[in-house]
Design a protein around this ligand. Sequence first.
Ligand SMILES: [Zn+2]
Ligand SMILES: [Zn+2]
Length: 169
Amino acid sequence: MTTEPGLNRDAELAALKREPLPRPHAWRIRQTEVERLAARGDRCETRRCHGVIVAVTRRWWRSTEAARVLLAEHLVCEQHGTEFAERHHIGVDPPGEVTVRHLDAAELAEADGCDWQACRTVAAWVFTESYTTRGEPDSDAYLSCDRHAAAFADRFHIDAPEAGEGGAR
Ligand SMILES: [Zn+2]
Ligand SMILES: [Zn+2]
């Protein structure tokens, strides 16, 4: 086995060149997120811009230094989000949505345990995150026990559901 450093490096860089790059991606954030970031004093990450953050941009690039594909993600204002999308000939996806509801009786009987870390306690709630990626709608669902509903709500920056609210009435 060779230990010559240059050879490994060449192989790494050749592999890097073959690595497919995901297409750039931009999407709007939810209005409640816009307000939360603005209240926190966060501003567009583009140099010298102090615009209100309304979108996220993602661009993947090959770093020869790291010999890896790296991701550059930025929180940007309306103007810089639009310019990014135009530059890469893509659209800006609409904001996602997070909803929470109580599982109904039939779902409760079938449901797996809480998805919070290693909890696995019987789930009572389902959080659904709906979003659009490059024009394609998609969604993820997370089950939560009573105890972790507030933690999930906090993660998604939405209001925590009140115990007993909604659901199996
Ligand atoms: Zn900006
Ligand atoms: Zn739990």
